[in-house]
Design a protein around this ligand. Structure first.
Ligand code: SF4
Ligand SMILES: [Zn+2]
Length: 316
């Protein structure tokens, strides 16, 4: 059963919090949940007849999304992709199973080994041996998105929910800006997948306006089963530089990340007109997934780089 904010506060209070902090924490939980609710409403993320699938990793973001959506009364299923990153993903998997069980949510588990016949590390190492020095996060992100979109279609989902937060999104905006990838900026936002393609399930981000530090605080207050350590494969040099830079800027200019996102939202329509609406997505010649070139990035990794002979199929 879902706990109310007051119940959480009372149980927290027994261990660490003083009586004085109780109203403040209660207010924080309520404000957090209201913000998520308002974000969903502001960007019209769901229609009444949507079939919703939530992508979960077991981390703080996706567990918070699961809980809040459940609390708001949405009906949905969850999916997690296991990239087999040792104890890290084993722990996350345990946590997410527990969380879904507590909330009564159906969880689909899709292991890399079942789909691609190999773990993330094996794929990454094989690529390196062949002279393709892609970062783990790049390979992981591309293959995960590929699996999630296919799975969403397979179960007839019309919306795929992800746990991206304000920090992720302000970093992504800056990264695309610095690489002069305005077309990618145009395609991002709280509701992705604006390019209409029959095979592309629209992605939505209920935590789009929520700060990472608030999600950590909420997750700890709510006592969600979450491992707060870092993924051992996380060596995203460029993103980390941007992340550190934005955090430093915020020490002097509070709300800089909110301002970046607000600026992006103000120019998004123009960007979409200029960069993305002109080009309908094509289909990958190997797997038929939507993509902006002849071959999608997943097939580029798996087929072109000879990790697999053919495009993979998701196994039931
Ligand atoms: S940090 Fe990178 S490698 Fe690790 S799970 Fe996330 S995307 Fe994958
Ligand atoms: Zn493909």
């Amino acid at each position: 059963m879902l706990k109310t904010a007051l119940q959480i506060q009372i149980s927290n209070n027994c261990t660490t919090n003083s009586v004085q902090t109780l109203p403040k924490n209660l207010l924080f939980i309520e404000q957090f949940e209201q913000k998520v609710k308002q974000t969903i409403k502001r960007f019209s993320m769901f229609k009444p007849d949507d079939k919703i699938l939530v992508a979960v990793s077991g981390g703080k973001d996706s567990t918070a999304v699961l809980y809040t959506l459940k609390k708001f009364g949405y009906k949905f299923e969850a999916v997690t992709v296991d990239a087999h990153i040792g104890c890290y993903t084993e722990q996350n998997l345990k946590n997410i199973r527990k969380h879904c069980q507590n909330l009564g949510i159906i969880l689909h588990e899709i292991p890399f080994r079942k789909v691609f016949g190999a773990s993330l590390c094996f794929i990454k190492d094989t690529l390196s041996q062949k002279g393709f020095n892609l970062k783990s996060c790049t390979v992981c992100g591309v293959l995960r998105r590929y699996i999630l979109n296919k799975k969403a279609r397979e179960i007839g989902a019309t919306k795929l929910v992800t746990g991206h937060n304000l920090d992720d999104e302000s970093q992504a905006f800056f990264m695309n800006l610095m690489k002069n990838k305005l077309d990618l900026c145009a395609r991002s936002g709280p509701v992705n997948g604006m390019s209409k393609h029959k095979n592309l399930v629209q992605r939505v981000k209920p935590l789009y306006l929520t700060r990472e530090e608030d999600i950590v605080k909420y997750s700890k207050m709510m006592q969600f089963p979450v491992y707060y350590g870092k993924c051992p494969c996380s060596v995203e040099g460029f993103r980390n530089s941007i992340k550190d830079g934005l955090n430093n800027v915020e020490e002097k200019f509070p709300k800089a990340k909110e301002n970046i996102i607000n600026y992006f939202l103000n120019i998004r329509d123009k960007l979409q007109k200029n960069y993305a609406l002109n080009k309908a997505p094509d289909e990958c010649i190997h797997c038929g997934e939507p993509c902006s070139s002849e071959i999608c990035r997943a097939c580029k990794i798996l087929v072109d780089f000879k990790i697999m002979a053919e495009a993979p199929e998701i196994l039931a």
